[in-house]
Write a protein that binds this ligand. Structure first.
Ligand code: SAM
Length: 212
């Protein structure tokens, strides 16, 4: 286990811990540690986020939502010149932030409703894909962003290039329904990884790279 906690950004606070019993928290921990993603789980998550898609952009459009993306990339020095993918983009807050930072991200989601909202919000490169079965060759991606997205550890391990980085951001830290600590991330990923982690505002982030 190798997690380095960097000092939090100025003004950061612990998030209110109000979602630990949320069904998506249980799903997050199950997918990270036990697996079991199947047609029923896919259908449940797709239906939930299709239903939420129309209101997502207007109800979550807080400029601090993606601060963890910036901080992770700057502080863990993640280069954005290669193949950059966001999983579970929703309406594309993360992909838009990556584009602002100079990347040319490919944004993916399983929810057609979310992808349609992302297109309306100006996200250019969108693909409907299941994060548990990505349409990418082995070792073909340099940076994977998961902003409030489920972790599928084996699939991340499969698609990331040997020197690639997983950027894991929970915009409300421990209060985010889809949340894992940096230690849980390290434990869930197969093999040996090194993880840098910190906080910004009420959010948490972690960047995982393979050791060696
Ligand atoms: C909590 S939302 C976060 C959306 C966006 N990243 C944000 O922070 O605003 C989770 C998103 O992940 C998507 N998602 C969940 N499981 C997925 C999977 N297996 N494959 C692809 N997308 C998935 C959902 O459809 C939803 O859009």
């Amino acid at each position: 286990m190798s997690v380095e906690h960097l000092p939090p950004a100025a003004g950061s606070a612990d998030a209110e811990i109000d979602n630990v019993d949320h069904p998506m928290r249980r799903m997050t921990e199950r997918m990270a540690f036990e697996g079991g993603w199947d047609a029923a789980a896919f259908g449940e998550v797709e239906s939930l986020f299709d239903t939420l898609s129309a209101e997502w952009e207007s109800t979550r459009n807080d400029p601090t939502r993606t601060d963890g993306v910036n901080h992770a990339i700057e502080r863990a020095r993640v280069p954005l010149g290669g193949r950059v993918v966001e999983l579970g983009t929703g309406t594309g807050f993360g992909a838009r932030r990556l584009a602002d930072l100079g990347a040319r991200p490919l944004a993916t989601d399983l929810s057609a409703g979310m992808l349609s909202e992302a297109a309306a919000a100006g996200v250019e490169r969108l693909v409907r894909a299941d994060g548990a079965r990505l349409p990418f060759p082995d070792a073909s991606i340099d940076v994977v962003l998961c902003l409030n997205m489920l972790l599928f550890p084996d699939e991340i391990d499969r698609v990331l290039a040997p020197t690639g980085a997983l950027v894991w951001v929970n915009s409300r830290g421990e209060g985010t329904p889809i949340h894992l600590t940096a230690e849980q991330l390290d434990e869930a990923l197969p093999g040996e990884w090194t993880v840098m982690a910190s906080r910004v505002n009420v959010g948490t982030w972690a960047v995982a790279r393979r050791l060696g």
